[in-house]
Design a binder for this molecule. Structure first.
Ligand code: ZN
Length: 1035
């Protein structure tokens, strides 16, 4: 959850943080100069040449044991091109990489195509004769494929995809009515007076004149106020029709339409679109957020088949959907290049294959995938390294027709995401059992929150459904200033507690039965969970925390087998190994932050690395109301592939919203899928290289990512360089392979393959940008930058990144008006996202956020899957009161509460348009839903219609409305539709989040109002002012 959501910070921070000890900080050694060469870049490849850093201060994406590097070929591209910063170029060539498993011996002759020999048309991508000629392939499932295939078989033949979602998205966007104006993204600022248009050429226009006559802009202080007391970025719309929503009609008169059309430079826009230029001046275009929300750009290939089989953007995204053919071209586009992966996401459909031999390239170990080239029916050419490989006979065998033949029917070449059941040679040891060890804080502060009760109740309820099998093991440790162990031998009637007070040299008090078989000892475990909350009563308990000693003990217990350690932490570790000073008082200026955001000791990182080599991951739950040094303790999870969840000011009774969230998070945590003993390898086409890994992982060798556990809520990012020219290729590919042990003890490999076209033109490259992925990658780089350099540097780099790309775009356009800030359609939200992240808890340049809140925000930027990361930065705002006029959509099958019976109507939900987070979008008659990753707020304005109150809120009118934790279940059409909509939003989250209905005149309104990030805030400029600053910097 986002750090420090105001919704959950019930307590006064200052009052709670008075126990500052004012100890001098342990200052980490100076970061090596040059370690961050580019804008945000730190180059792991440089590290081996530098004096070794203490382990704790190496970035976790840097290899612990640097591998000998082959000589660098031809310099190398830098993932991010930023002319404002000096860049050092240290890159590794793309070298064949091998997994740790036993591999088949290399063939006697390795067939590499000659470097210049890839231009022949036979080597080019797409035409795959086997695929294109394929007539009616049998729709039946081959019998040995263990599970369902991903795509439903179409009757037209297997290579013509059915009408899929991508095609549906091509429908013209709905026109929504908001604030009495159509908010089509192409609408220009509505109050611009009509100017006679000169007969325009394709790229000229008269924006500058319009700009100068625009009212209400230019002055920082004179921005108008609306009824909510917030500064508007934009002057109020010329006419607001308060009844526009309630009558369900279009609240826009004919005159307004005509005036709007005239003001929009329609002619100009038509010309621009005709010539393929779809851009807008951000200073004048108030609506750049598409009503349907920002979607990932479509990746288009000439062949339909290739479009159909690519990896889903929910799992695998690249910052550019067309890869520049050279490093120089990337530098011209001045965009960051990187990939974002959500590799273990829960999927409703996943093809799973069991076969005796998994087909992989003998040279680079790429898994066969939809983008390989079949030379003939016996051979395939690797799409990453171009080696020609033999196909095993099994691969050509079609079990349905019992004939040998066309290999393209295999699921491996029909889906960009696939899972293999691994044969024995993918195991370095027998697959481990599911092992869970809980380490519980029982210091005074922790016990006072009441969390033990919730945790034990959730565990008791889900004990039978914990992921695992008959081999599953479980154990518990509690800690205050001592460490308490529990012997849970199945012969005991109740657990036997063993207390170790010698925390400086922690030992395990008995060799067995601290970790027990869950089935055999279930009754003893239940006894412990039932009695634990009552055992610790706050008044009798000990305030000091020996977290470090408890972690050392946990590692000793799990060391021989591996597994998962789950730690609950509510206080600052204060005794024994790993105890930490309170560093809050050391932060007097923003410049002091980078020290305080780095760990104060390498204890937790060292322990994490030990855990990592023993296949142990450590997951953290913070429940702190006081400073707990999240920055230092988090290292235990960051480097062991763990997860970090944060519930500041959690209290079971006094903070009911947070309590509900914690309970839901716990249910999700103990029931979600888990992969043990995991490693991930990401490969890319020859000519590119992957470097600088982001996420909770450890880079074991150059590119082998060690994740002792993997969970379905974890995201990762990598930066990519272009080292050699790609101009001979039409496409390039990335492939991520995640090898893990399921909770049932099966060794599995999940493979995702993403294919992207190559572009040779800078405009094509810029037009292909994925603005959400760019922000996702920049945020990860900015975290590194904040820690290695300073927060102010990171902020500056954010701004430079936006200025760079807008400048690059400007140079591709012939004549843009001087006073315009023009952005192509695919990048129009980039400034808004950037503005929002600059004033976020993590990156704002003041000392208002608490240190722990800031640290956790940064942890999230490194690990959240992109969808949640974007929602953390820029939540979704919907106008619920427009329900009468919005179109309906069918609830996706995965989100349905019940399966419709025959003849029963499909569940529908209203497709509300997404609004800019700006107070001038808030109408006095409106009701708004704010969808955040950890809460859903419904904000009811005082002039809300009586019908809405009665049909949805269940009250006579606004006066009768009480603040509630959910909408009432009313048997009205609107109530059903809005509750379906909320269910749909909830289904997109890892777990259900609390809902809160807020009156416009309540204290809680600030939770909502503070989310309107485009307004001017305390100490931060408005979005519009930010755009003006950008304009002055764009060259
Ligand atoms: Zn290969």
């Amino acid at each position: 959850m986002p750090a420090g959501n105001p919704l959950f910070n019930h307590h006064n921070h200052e009052a709670l943080e008075q126990n500052t000890m004012m100890q001098p900080p342990i200052v980490p050694p100076q970061q090596q100069p040059g370690a961050g060469g580019g804008m945000f870049n730190s180059h792991p490849q440089q590290q081996p040449q530098q004096p070794p850093l203490p382990a704790a201060y190496q970035n976790h994406h840097q290899p612990q044991q640097p591998q000998p590097q082959p000589p660098v070929q031809g310099g190398g591209g830098v993932g991010t091109t930023n002319p404002f910063h000096h860049q050092q170029q240290h890159h590794q060539p793309h070298i064949p990489q091998h997994l740790t498993q036993p591999q088949p011996p290399p063939p006697a002759t390795v067939q590499h195509p000659p470097p210049g020999g890839i231009t022949s048309s036979a080597n080019r991508y797409p035409p795959n004769p086997a695929l294109l000629q394929q007539p009616q392939a049998p729709p039946q499932q081959p019998q040995q494929y263990a599970q369902q295939q991903q795509q439903p078989q179409s009757q037209q033949g297997p290579y013509l995809p059915p009408q899929n979602a991508a095609q549906q998205q091509q429908q013209p966007p709905q026109r929504y009515v908001i604030s009495g104006q159509p908010v089509n993204p192409s609408n220009l600022y509505p109050t611009i007076p009509t100017q006679p248009l000169p007969s325009p050429g394709p790229t000229t226009n008269n924006y500058s004149q319009q700009y100068q006559t625009q009212p209400g802009v230019g002055g920082g202080g004179g921005l108008p106020q609306n009824s909510h007391g917030h500064n508007n970025q934009y002057p109020a719309p010329p006419q607001q029709n308060p009844h526009a929503y309630n009558n369900g009609g279009v609240g826009m008169g004919v005159n307004q339409v005509t005036a709007g059309m005239n003001n929009m430079s329609v002619t100009q826009q038509g010309f621009n679109k005709l010539w393929g230029i779809d851009h807008a001046d951000l200073l004048k275009t108030r609506q750049v957020l598409p009503p349907e929300g920002v979607k990932s750009p479509e990746i288009r290939f000439p062949h339909d088949y290739m479009n159909h089989v690519n990896c889903s953007p929910d799992l695998f995204r690249c910052t550019l959907t067309k890869i520049p053919e050279t490093k120089t071209l990337l530098q011209k586009a001045r965009l960051p290049l990187g990939i974002l992966i959500h590799p273990f996401k829960d999927l409703t459909q996943l093809p799973v294959i069991q076969c005796s031999q998994i087909v992989r390239c003998r040279s680079c170990r790429t898994y066969i995938n939809p983008y390989v080239y079949f030379v003939d029916q016996r051979r395939w050419k690797c799409n990453l390294c171009f080696r020609v490989n033999d196909l095993p006979e099994e691969f050509q065998y079609d079990p349905v027709t019992k004939t040998y033949g066309d290999p393209s029917r295999r699921p491996e070449v029909r889906s960009g995401t696939i899972e293999f059941l691994a044969p024995a040679d993918y195991m370095v040891r027998p697959p481990q059992a599911a092992v869970y060890l809980f380490v519980l804080d029982v210091t005074t502060l922790a016990v006072d929150t009441g969390y033990l009760k919730t945790l034990c109740d959730v565990l008791l309820e889900h004990l039978d459904t914990l992921p695992g099998d008959s081999r599953s093991q479980i154990g518990f440790i509690t800690f205050d200033s001592a460490v308490h162990f529990y012997n849970m031998n199945s012969s005991l009637s109740q657990p036997q507690e063993l207390v170790v007070c010698d925390i400086d040299d922690i030992f395990i008090p008995c060799p067995d039965n601290l970790l027990v078989n869950l089935d055999e000892s279930k009754e003893v475990v239940k006894h412990l969970l039932t009695n634990l909350p009552g055992k610790y009563l706050s008044s009798q308990n000990e305030p000091r925390s020996a977290l470090g000693a408890a972690l050392l003990a946990a590692q000793k217990i799990l060391g021989p087998i591996g597994g998962r350690i789950t730690v609950f932490c509510a206080s600052l570790p204060s005794v024994g190994p790993g105890s930490l000073p309170n560093r809050q008082g050391d932060v007097k200026t923003v410049k002091d932050l980078s020290t305080a955001l780095n760990p104060s000791t390498d204890f937790y990182k060292k322990l994490a690395l030990d855990c990592s080599t023993q296949y142990i991951a450590v997951d953290l739950f913070f429940l702190n109301s006081q400073y707990s040094d999240v920055a230092s303790i988090s290292c235990i999870s960051k480097f062991s592939g763990g997860s970090i969840q944060y519930f500041p000011n959690y209290h079971m009774v006094e903070n009911p919203v947070q309590a509900k969230l914690f309970e839901q998070a716990m249910v999700r945590y103990v029931t979600r899928k888990i992969g043990f003993e995991a490693v991930m390898r990401v490969r890319c086409s020859r000519g590119m290289s992957i470097h600088t890994f982001h996420g909770n992982l450890f880079v074991r060798s150059t590119d082998l990512l060690s994740l002792p556990n993997v969970n379905p809520d974890a995201g990762f990012g990598m930066q990519v360089s272009i080292d050699e020219s790609l101009s001979d290729f039409q496409t390039v590919c990335f492939q991520a392979a995640l090898l893990y042990t399921s909770s049932k003890g099966e060794r599995r490999i999940r493979v995702h393959t993403l294919c992207l076209p190559v572009a040779g033109n800078v405009n094509d490259v810029i037009q292909s940008a994925d603005q959400q992925a760019i922000i996702g990658l920049l945020a990860k780089m900015a975290v590194d930058r904040s820690l290695s350099s300073s927060l102010l540097d990171a902020r500056e780099a954010f701004v430079n990144a936006v200025v760079d790309v807008l400048s690059a775009y400007a140079t591709t356009q012939n004549s843009l008006p001087n006073l315009a800030l023009v952005a192509p359609k695919c990048l129009q939200m980039l400034p808004a996202y950037t503005h929002s992240i600059l004033r976020s808890m993590g990156f704002r340049a003041d000392l208002r956020p608490r240190l722990d809140d800031r640290s956790q925000f940064m942890n999230q930027m490194k690990t959240l899957p992109l969808y949640q990361l974007i929602q953390t930065i820029y939540p979704d705002l919907y106008p619920l009161h427009t329900i009468a006029s919005v179109p309906l959509a069918s609830v996706p099958q995965s989100s349905r509460s019940t399966t419709p019976e025959n003849g029963e109507e499909e569940e529908k939900y209203p497709q509300f348009p997404v609004l800019h987070l700006c107070s001038d979008r808030i109408e006095a008659t409106g009701v708004y839903l704010l969808d955040q990753p950890d809460s859903i707020l419904i904000y009811v304005c005082r002039n809300v219609s009586t019908q809405f109150c009665e049909d949805v809120l269940g009250v006579q009118g606004f006066v009768a409305l009480h603040e509630m934790d959910d909408l009432p279940e009313l048997e009205t059409e609107w109530s059903n539709l809005i509750r379906n909509f909320i269910n749909y939003l909830q289904s997109n989250k890892p777990y259900q989040v609390p809902i809160r209905i807020i009156r416009e005149d309540s204290k809680e309104r600030m939770w909502f109002v503070n989310s309107l990030v485009e307004d001017r805030g305390e100490g931060s400029v408005s979005y519009y002012e930010f755009l003006q600053q950008l304009k002055n910097m764009v060259k």
